[in-house]
Structure formats: C-alpha cells, structure tokens
Write a protein that binds this ligand. Structure first.
Ligand SMILES: C[S@@+](CC[C@H](N)C(=O)[O-])C[C@H]1O[C@@H](n2cnc3c(N)ncnc32)[C@H](O)[C@@H]1O
Length: 273
C-alpha cells in the first residue's frame, strides 16, 4: 500500500509527543519533512496507508517493539572516526595521567555511541598509549537508544570512505581489509574485547550502571534535548563520575544554563570537582 506523503499538524504533534516521551528528543515544527520522510520507511514495511494508522500502531504497541523501530528511524546518527579531533588529544593526556598514577581500573562511557566510530576511536587511542608489559582493567561502555546503530557498531565493518579521518598508521594497525569486498574495513579483534554495547535511553533516569566512571563522552546528543532532559543527564553524569572525572560534550554544545558543579577545563571538556 502506498503511504500518504503529507502529514497533518495534529498527527505531527502526536508523533513528536511520542518521540519526546520516549527519548527526550525535542522536534521543532520545522522537522515535519524530516519526520515524514523517515517514517515512510516504517509505513511501507508495515503496509500502512497513513501516518494516523502508524500512530495507532504505536499507541497499541504493548510489547514496545514498534517503539524501538520508531526511535531507530527517528534518531539522527551522524558520526565519524576522530570527530572533533582535539578531544582525542585531551583524552590521551587523561589516559596517560591515569596510567602514570598506576590506576589499574579505567572506565569510560560513550553515552551516544551511534554506529561505533566514537567508541572504536576511544579504544584505538587507548591501545596507542599502552607500553609493553602494561596491564590495565580498561573498559568502554558504549550505549545508544537505537538498536540499529548498536548492531552496526557490534559488526565493526566500515566502508573505505568512513576512514578518511583515520591516520594511516592507525588504519593499518586496527582495520583489516575485507577479502570479498575490498571496500570494507573491519576493526581488528584487539579492539573488540575493550567495548561492550548496551541500549540505554538517556532521558530515562537513574541510569542503570555502576560507577565510578573516569571519563564520559556524551557528544552531539544533548543538541536534541530540551533543558529538562539535559538537566537530568548532567545530574546523572556528575553522580556516576569519580571526583576529578572528565565529561566531554560536543563542541557545539554547552552545559551553561544548566545547574551543575562541573568545572570547564578545556573547550567542551568538564571535570567533576
Ligand atoms: C549525532 S549522533 C552522535 C554520535 C557521537 N556521539 C558523535 O558525536 O559522533 C547522536 C546519537 O544519539 C543517540 N540518541 C538520541 N537520543 C538518545 C537518547 N535519548 N538516549 C540515548 N541515545 C540517544 C542517537 O541514536 C544517535 O546515535
């Protein structure tokens, strides 16, 4: 069945309320074309004729399965390796300081990990800091609301053009070229055990993990949230970090205007007092 192309304002309002209630993502009126285009795919897959039918499906989705698919298509997942590269320089400096202090247990949380480029970058930078004989209990927890991106991250296979920002020596060490498809690059097994993936909704507090954490990367996700959701996120990040722990946000994001006790130490990098 062919889906309707236009979306009524009342339907958009119902959809954006569902998005907000289930993810904290705030969609402005200007997002009607984007939301319509993204939902077309679900309508086609489910054989539905209108967005109103789709809203009914979501409202009667007791198991929450369609809701997961809904958020998979609604979320924006743009990411790349070594995005905002200066952050990985700071991150390496922080790791070096922890290692010098002989802190054996190091915990990093990548809070909106998307398709995996960010947590794999964090893992590669860690590997680059290791010296012969070093033994650390190092783990990265990578979480996202979208199960689709988490699946891609777990696979760890990327097209050549996704690797343009990866320095040549790093690419050589941490990726193998696909035998069947020379355009596919797979992350090496040395990185995989360092990262665990879990679905986690940042708008749903308290977060279920155990602290204390040393470093949180929470970049380019707060831009989708309103003040109330950001406040909950910042409070939780602060709670989970150890004193002196680090909180990275995207360069276009700021936590000013949100009540917090973080100290700004570098652009888009905060430390728990
Ligand atoms: C633009 S990507 C940013 C990825 C990466 N952090 C970076 O900076 O390159 C935003 C990610 O946030 C995720 N996201 C959006 N709302 C979320 C929520 N409520 N809880 C967890 N993740 C969410 C999206 O699924 C998407 O993968």
């Amino acid at each position: 069945m062919k889906a309707c192309v236009s979306m009524r304002t009342s339907t958009f309002n119902m959809i954006r309320q569902l998005v907000y209630d289930n993810s904290g993502i705030y969609l402005s009126e200007g997002k009607v074309p984007l939301v319509s285009a993204r939902l077309q795919k679900r309508l086609r897959m489910l054989g539905l004729g209108s967005y109103e039918d789709y809203v009914d499906v979501l409202r009667n989705d007791a198991a929450g399965e369609e809701l997961v698919e809904f958020l998979n298509v609604i979320s924006t997942n743009t990411t790349y390796f070594f995005r905002e590269p200066v952050h990985f320089k700071y991150y390496a400096e922080i790791l070096r300081a922890l290692m010098r202090r002989e802190q054996r247990r190091i915990r990093v949380w990548c809070a909106a990990s998307s398709t995996g480029e960010e947590p794999y970058t964090l893992a590669m930078c860690y590997m680059e800091e290791l010296r012969p004989g070093d033994v650390f209990d190092f783990r990265i927890l990578a979480t996202d609301i979208s199960t689709a991106v988490l699946d891609t991250a777990r696979r760890g296979v990327y097209k050549k053009d996704k690797l343009t920002d990866v320095p040549g020596n790093i690419r050589f060490k941490y990726f193998t070229r696909g035998e069947r498809n020379g355009d596919d690059f797979t992350v090496t097994d040395s990185l995989r055990p360092l990262i665990s993936y879990k679905r986690l909704n940042l708008s749903c507090t308290p977060y279920p993990m155990q602290g204390p954490l040393d470093i949180i990367f929470c970049r380019n996700v707060m831009i989708y949230f309103d003040l109330a959701t950001k406040q909950k996120l910042i409070d939780e990040a602060y709670r989970l970090l150890r004193p002196g722990g680090y909180f990275f946000v995207g360069h276009s994001e700021s936590i000013s205007g949100i009540k917090n006790d973080f100290e700004l130490i570098k652009p888009a990098l905060y430390r728990k007092r």
